[in-house]
Design a protein around this ligand. Structure first.
Ligand code: 13P
Length: 229
């Protein structure tokens, strides 16, 4: 299973350091094939070593240059970062990243051999239109994306389930992951209000290869509870 913590705009540099030290204490010596990812904010990046992979939540698709306020590849390389989240719905919606921009980022970081956690997810009005509308919407988010890329992980995060405390139902997750599995032969994570009380049920669903977690990953105890559920 894959357990990924997306801190979003939470935790400071010192808070992240404490978190990663505590996490490492808890997970070291675990003998499992599980993979753990942590995506802290940029300001918390540093040289960490542990039984987890540190990634970034975003990056501008450029090595360096005149892109005021952005972070480029050169700044990630300083910390040995080789993993990135691309296409998160908060960036698509709040930061107005179009499918074109998302695909451009994907191509750039694929070229740089990054491990990419590529996020897709539908808004509530599409979910309310039924399964075929959902599938059509989700598959359109693969436009311009090389889904055969070897270092790709998909994260399915229905937008209406993110940060709302209302996870998708087992049936919704199962049917959506099943359809996605027919189009991509990569690990597929579920994200959206995953917490210690629903994790066991979610990871037991067919075609769910792990979880991408926001709120319930912010406390190391809670994230560790997910990993060991
Ligand atoms: P929550 O776990 O807070 O619903 O957030 C999910 C998410 O967006 C992870 O990327």
């Amino acid at each position: 299973m894959i357990y990924a913590a997306n801190f979003k705009t939470n935790h400071t540099r010192s808070g992240t350091k404490r978190y990663l030290e505590e996490l490492q204490q808890k997970i070291s010596g675990r003998n499992t094939a599980d993979r753990i990812f942590v995506f802290p904010p940029f300001t918390a990046l540093d040289h960490y070593e542990g039984d987890y992979t540190l990634g970034v939540q975003n990056c501008y698709p450029v090595r360096k240059g005149a892109f005021t306020g952005e972070i480029g590849l050169e700044q990630l390389e300083e910390f040995g970062i080789g993993t990135i989240l691309i296409g998160h719905s908060e960036r698509r919606q709040l930061l107005h990243e179009t499918q074109e921009i998302v695909a451009e980022k994907f191509a750039f970081f694929q070229q740089e051999n990054f491990e990419i956690v590529y996020c897709i997810g539908e808004p509530l009005e599409i979910r309310e239109q039924g399964d075929s509308a959902v599938v059509e919407y989700l598959l359109a988010q693969f436009d311009g994306i090389d889904t055969a890329y070897g270092k790709l992980i998909i994260a399915y995060e229905p937008i209406w389930a993110i940060g709302t405390g209302r996870s998708a139902t087992v049936g919704e997750i199962a049917s959506t992951h099943k359809v996605l599995r027919q189009s991509v032969s990569k690990p597929i994570l579920y994200g959206g209000s995953v917490n210690p009380s629903n994790i066991a049920q979610i990871v037991s669903i067919d075609n769910v290869d792990g979880v991408l977690v926001g709120s319930a990953s912010l406390s190391v105890d809670s994230f560790y509870a997910l990993i060991t559920a």
